[in-house]
Design a binder for this molecule. Structure first.
Ligand code: HEM
Length: 446
């Protein structure tokens, strides 16, 4: 926890264990297949572990934070509201200086600056979330999409239910959130194949970027930014069309609504649409995939869910806790002043890598943290959507999709199982826990 009141002298940062040296590897090639073991090592040996030279400012380090309480405290601490040091880069968190420069050159400077024009303070950030996001994807706003989501879930299952087998990622977990986010934003559904390419470019740094700052080689960053400029142009065309002919969708709403006594600029609307897209697709895809895998591995759990549909909500929360799609925070928190975190002196300019997936498996959070249990007292108490002012604004819609999907899978498929000999269970690298493929077999339930 920041600023702990310990009696013992805090450890200087330089004496803090180096993660790779104690056998806890999070960013090295192939390490994603051993993350959960690394979390046990971190919890036992170094709740704060160092990655030398990877801080925000020159000469500083990055620190992995793996305990539930420490991560929760940092997300709630207003000192960490600014994600990046003002002197490090002009770009918004999760982006890069190269990307920001290219967006500006291409006329999208307003989009780069949107974080500071829309939500520079904690109070404005709250209003921004409440007025612009919550009516569409917040816990209550998401409910307006229940019928649309249910139809999308069943429509996808209809396409393969007679086959008795499915490659679940490609045929369900990826297209479901794409359909949902595309519909909410009001993009034409026939654009989905093109939008998929944009989505891949958006998450490229979180999958193929190096270390806790998700750094791409400059050439790749430039090529990627060029694709994203096309995406910005596409959204601009959509805004132009919706300003002329508004419909019942989020972009039309953003073109019409008043925020802080004024209309939003096109650049600000683009920033929101981009965030919806980047936040809403892959993350929910990974959650749905983990849920299907757990159902296939645990027929006893399927039986329990069928016997009591009220437990589906508990199952979804446990799956989210155990297999957090965003295992590590994107970007990383900037340390704005010298401080102490869990007994380590951390200098200004360092980077805190919040390891949500490790916090979720902390024995101090719940008993038997590696176990899936449907009777946890506080099933939603995990870090998968983070906490504090920057917690995930899309958790309402994502939870809705997952609950409806799990119910339909349990309801419509019998004897769901892993298709023998067809899975290697490989995960992509980066900060997210995503299976490349999941081949399942089943019978149609009658
Ligand atoms: C299972 C699905 C999802 C997971 C695991 C997830 C996880 C997260 C996490 C961990 C954060 C970071 C918060 C922080 O740094 O403290 C975040 C932020 C964010 N998420 Fe999600 N998310 C999911 C779904 C969605 C959806 C469906 C949307 C949009 C509809 C969305 C939009 C965003 C945005 C815009 C932010 C940035 C918030 C800010 O800085 O204010 N996410 N999400």
């Amino acid at each position: 926890m920041p600023d702990t009141d310990t009696e013992t002298a805090a450890m200087p940062a330089s004496a803090c264990p180096v993660a790779a040296e104690i056998g806890a590897e999070l960013f090295e090639p192939g390490s994603q297949e051993r993350w959960f073991e690394s979390y046990r090592v971190l919890h036992e040996r170094a709740p704060i572990a160092r990655i030398p030279g990877k801080g925000w400012l020159p000469g500083t380090d990055a620190f992995i934070v793996s305990r539930f309480e420490d991560i929760a405290a940092i997300t709630r601490d207003p000192r960490f509201f600014d994600l990046m040091p003002p002197e490090a880069s002009p770009a918004a968190g999760g982006s890069s200086a190269v990307e920001a420069e290219i967006f500006r050159e291409e006329g999208f400077g307003e989009t780069v600056d949107a974080a500071s024009t829309l939500r520079p303070t904690v109070e404005q950030h709250k209003r921004y979330r409440m007025q612009l996001w919550d009516p569409w994807v917040g816990p209550e706003g998401a409910e307006r999409h229940r019928d649309m989501v249910t139809a999308a879930v069943n429509g996808l299952i209809d396409r393969w239910i007679a086959d008795g087998r499915v490659e679940f990622v490609r045929q369900f977990a990826a297209p479901l959130p794409q359909t949902v986010i595309t519909t909410i934003l009001g993009f034409p559904l026939e654009d989905m194949p093109m939008l998929k390419k944009m989505e891949e470019a958006q998450v490229r740094r979180f999958v193929h970027g190096a270390g806790p700052k998700n750094e791409l080689p400059e050439e790749v960053d430039r090529e990627n930014a060029a694709v994203l400029v096309d995406f910005h142009r596409y959204i601009q065309d959509q805004i132009d069309e919706k300003r002329k002919r508004p419909k019942e969708d989020m972009i039309s709403f953003l073109t019409q609504t008043e925020y802080e006594g004024r209309r939003l600029s096109d650049g600000e609307i683009i920033s929101i649409a981009v965030l919806m897209h980047i936040g809403g697709n892959e993350t929910t895809q990974y959650a749905l995939t983990s849920e299907a895998l757990l159902l296939a591995e645990r027929p006893d759990v399927v039986a329990e869910l069928r016997a009591d549909r009220g437990k589906i909500r508990f199952f979804v929360e446990e799956a989210l806790r155990l297999h957090a799609p965003t295992q590590g925070g994107a970007g990383g928190r900037f340390v704005p002043e010298d401080m102490e975190v869990h007994g380590v002196e951390i200098p200004r300019g360092s980077l805190l890598h919040l390891r949500f997936g490790a916090g979720n498996r902390d024995a101090e959070l719940c008993p038997e943290p590696a176990e899936l249990r449907l009777d946890r007292k506080n099933p939603g108490r995990h870090l998968t959507f983070s906490m504090g002012p920057r917690n995930c604004p899309g958790q309402g819609i994502s939870r809705l999709e997952q609950n409806i999907a799990v119910e339909a899978l349990v309801e419509r498929l019998d004897n769901l199982r892993i298709a023998p000999g067809r899975n290697d269970f490989r995960h992509q690298p980066g900060i997210m826990l995503g299976l490349y493929e999941l081949h399942l077999a089943f019978e149609q339930r009658v």
